[in-house]
Ligand binder design. Structure first.
Ligand code: SF4
Length: 223
């Protein structure tokens, strides 16, 4: 990073922020060790995103909608795609309201896990367009309606902290040990790779052993 921000090859995906908030080990397995597995929850999310992931746009008078819009912030070192970005023109034809909209399976979550992702998208758009964005929206499949999220100071702060934590983890080149918690681990698509119960029983040495075994298996598959 220099005075102007991060370089292209230092950018981290906006999607990694959610992994960090879910579990520090998960973000390291995915973004440091390059491991991934799908389960029902991730598969459902992918099916939903296939519907909005085709890059295109729609326009009508004074209103434009971009789908799967590429976004980035060199200042914060982020890169990603926004499901939907809506642009409205003012009466004199200049850029007015800009609103990121994310499509999600499930329903509104009590934690900031989705809101941080949306706020990070807004940071990227603000830098790209030179504007301020006050709010974004979610469309949760189970709720069948849009909900609005205001980007207030508390959410900005939480988002910046999550970006910093994510960068520390993905640039540290080490994977935090597993801490088994049924509420998150039993829903985690990386459960079989992570093996949090085995790691807990045996400590870090088992952790390293399991990771080495997984890497060896993946190498065999590649060859
Ligand atoms: S199984 Fe648990 S500890 Fe392992 S990556 Fe998933 S959430 Fe984290």
């Amino acid at each position: 990073m220099d005075d102007t921000g991060y370089s292209e090859d230092e950018l981290i995906p906006v999607s990694a922020l959610q992994h960090t908030m879910y579990c520090h080990r998960q973000v390291a397995l995915i973004h440091v060790e390059q491991l991934w597995a799908d389960n029902r929850y991730t598969a459902e999310g992918q099916v939903l995103h296939q519907r909005v992931d085709l890059e295109h746009h729609e326009s009508r008078k004074g209103h434009r909608t971009e789908y799967a819009m590429a976004i980035r912030s060199l200042r914060l070192g982020l890169i990603g795609k926004a499901d939907v970005v809506e642009f409205e023109e003012t009466r004199d034809g200049s850029l007015g309201l800009v609103r990121p909209v994310e499509f999600k399976r499930g329903k509104t979550k009590p934690s900031d896990i989705d809101r941080v992702q949306l706020c990070a998208q807004a940071f990227c758009l603000e830098e790209m367009l030179g504007i301020k964005i006050g709010a974004g929206q979610f469309y949760y499949l189970q709720e069948h309606r849009r909900s609005t999220v205001d980007f207030d100071e508390e959410l900005w702060r939480h988002t910046i902290e999550t970006i910093e934590t994510t960068r520390q983890i993905v640039t540290s080149d080490s994977t935090p040990p597993a801490v088994y918690e049924s509420a998150k681990c039993d829903r985690c698509s990386l459960y079989q790779i992570c093996m949090p119960r085995a790691v807990n029983r045996g400590g870090k040495r088992v952790d390293r052993y399991v990771n080495a075994q997984v890497r060896a298996l993946l190498k065999e598959v590649d060859e």
